[in-house]
Design a protein around this ligand. Structure first.
Ligand code: G6P
Ligand code: ZN
Length: 543
């Protein structure tokens, strides 16, 4: 086996976005594309000689090939140990758990999360730090800088490793350890939640559907829900990970998980429904006939998390991304713990979790998690819901109704306009930014703007700053509209409009969110000029 040093030149656009580098699968498969980026990571995070890294992905097209290449490059760069999930699989939260449990020097996760997969879909790669979370901007910036000056990469000429058998092999001097992708993660869940109580719930006839969307959570959900907790066979739907997610869009929202929604709103609906995304970090929660928005889910979980044994001591604080509704802040105030508002992107929670300032975090983009790992965790959220349902004996609808009665309801919806012309979308945001100073005091569709800004953040732990994180237009205590462009797409642009309105009166908690938000929606459309600038009459997705 020989180390080959390959001369290369920088490739444009290898800039990590909200969560690592994302590109079309075919782009990633171009000669040198993956290699340049991987070598840039190795160079930027310091020599990886003698280090141990975790490696795995969501099983999408090119996952297995990319893993073989990365292993050979890690060996050529002198890595001491590479820990790989069997068949190249590791969900994002499981990768985080493995990095932390084995105390490795970080890891590489292959995924484009909720984006479609396949040869014509998307692929992605990110580096996670030794604490288990996505690299902060200081590191992704250094990786990007390195991609712009790279001149060579190193790779071992060697046969492929067998990834389907657990155990250790050698690749040059590097030990490659293939592990069960589920075991370490399942152990952690067992320590956090009352598995006996949840077992009792299923034994009493409680019915659940978990849609794995042919993505990575299939093996995890099957092992834990059906294998360990006694949920009947068939509870987990679409449980086999496929390279193209069976042609689906593995994003757990009411639009892309339509079949599950349909079942949960049918006459003989199960008690509980949930879904997760491509790499297992997102979650969707549905009760019988009731959809729980991610923002409400965060608030409900924060208010009830003490019912799970791993959190019996209560929480230190709650953190949410700026566009997430303010429902979680009300819970924090009620509990007398701090609430943090961060930019979009899980990486911003890392310092708060490390410093013990926040215990639970969440985002409107269907992400919820806690200090147990440094990624959001889809199955964790599902298990916490199950733990709460088992302890309280209430239905999802009852829990939600009680929560709103106590804290008020933050009606919430996100409207996405997808596949936009990039210049037009950027123009819309720029135009809003230009008007920020003049907005306060103006009336739009019967609502008065009380504040407007472009969200900027200073990390309370390490003092790092982030600017330009989304335009916020606030209408007094009651309503808010936020505008930002997605940072996870690979082509064109997606405009996200986040809409919310607070309703304290329990008599008015049963409205359809789109109706309850109609005035805010009109005001947001008017302010941003969505129709005129984008030529769109309606959003592609409403969450
Ligand atoms: C990824 C990140 C999340 C973030 C989301 C935002 O899923 O892991 O932390 O909330 O992207 O996506 P967007 O498309 O809105 O930039
Ligand atoms: Zn994801």
């Amino acid at each position: 086996m020989q180390v080959k040093t390959v001369t290369t030149t920088p490739i444009e656009g290898q800039k990590p976005g909200t969560s690592g580098l994302r590109a079309r699968t075919r782009v990633f498969m171009q000669p040198g594309y993956l290699e340049n980026f991987v070598q840039s990571i190795f160079d930027a995070v310091g020599p990886i000689a003698g280090k141990a890294l975790v490696l795995g992905g969501d099983g999408r097209f090119f996952n297995a090939r990319a893993i073989q290449t990365i292993l050979k490059m890690a060996a050529a760069n002198g890595a001491a140990r590479m820990v790989v999930g069997r068949d190249g699989l590791l969900s994002t939260p499981a990768a985080s758990a493995v990095i932390r449990h084995l105390k490795t020097d970080g890891g590489l996760i292959l995924s484009a999360s909720h984006n479609p997969g396949g040869e014509d879909g998307d692929f992605g790669l990110k580096y996670n730090i030794p604490a288990g979370g996505p690299a902060p901007e200081s590191i992704t910036g250094a990786i990007h800088a390195r991609t712009r000056e790279i001149t060579e990469y190193r790779i071992l000429e060697a046969p492929d490793i067998n990834l389907s058998a657990e155990g250790e092999t050698r690749l040059g001097e590097t030990v490659v350890e293939v592990i069960d992708p589920v075991a370490i993660y399942a152990d952690l869940m067992r320590r956090l939640f009352d598995f006996d109580k949840i077992r009792g719930l299923f034994a009493s006839g409680f019915r659940m559907r978990f849609d794995a969307m042919h993505a990575v959570t299939g093996p995890y959900a099957t092992a834990i829900l059906e294998g360990e907790l006694g949920a009947p066979g068939g509870t987990v739907l679409n449980a086999v990970p496929l390279p193209d997610f069976a042609g689906g869009h593995p994003d757990p929202n009411p639009v892309y998980a339509a079949a599950l929604m349909c079942e949960m709103f049918a006459a003989d609906a199960p008690d509980f429904g949930a879904a997760s995304d491509g790499d297992g970090d997102r979650n969707m929660i549905v009760g019988r006939g009731v959809y729980v928005t991610p923002s409400d889910s965060l608030a409900v979980l924060a208010a009830n998390i003490h019912l799970a044994p791993g959190y019996a001591g209560g929480i230190a604080g709650v953190a949410r991304s700026m566009p997430t509704s303010r429902a979680a802040d009300r819970v924090a105030a009620h509990l007398g713990v701090p609430a943090f508002e961060t930019p979009t992107g899980w990486k911003f929670f890392g310092t708060l979790l490390d410093a013990g300032k926040a215990t639970i975090c969440g985002e409107e983009s269907a992400g919820t998690g806690s200090n147990h790992v440094r990624e959001k965790d889809g199955l964790w959220a599902v298990l916490l819901w199950l733990n709460i349902l088992a302890v309280t004996g209430k239905s999802v609808a009852e829990i939600l109704g009680d929560h709103w009665a106590r804290h008020g309801r933050d009606y919430y919806s996100r409207h996405d306009y997808e596949g936009l012309d990039k210049a037009a979308a950027e123009g819309l945001i720029e135009a809003l930014r230009a008007r920020l100073g003049s907005l306060p005091g103006t009336e739009v569709e019967g609502l008065t703007v009380t504040a407007a800004d472009d969200f900027a953040y200073t990390d309370p732990v390490d003092g790092s700053t982030a600017t330009g994180q989304g335009v916020r237009v606030i209408f007094g205590e009651t309503a808010r509209a936020v505008f930002r462009l997605s940072g996870t797409g690979t082509e064109g642009a997606t405009l996200r409009v986040y809409l919310e309105r607070f309703e304290p009166d329990p008599e008015r908690h049963g409205e359809d969110p789109q109706r309850a938000l109609a005035q805010v929606i009109r005001a947001a459309d008017r302010l941003a000029g969505i129709r005129e600038r984008l030529g769109r009459d309606a959003p592609d997705v409403r969450t």
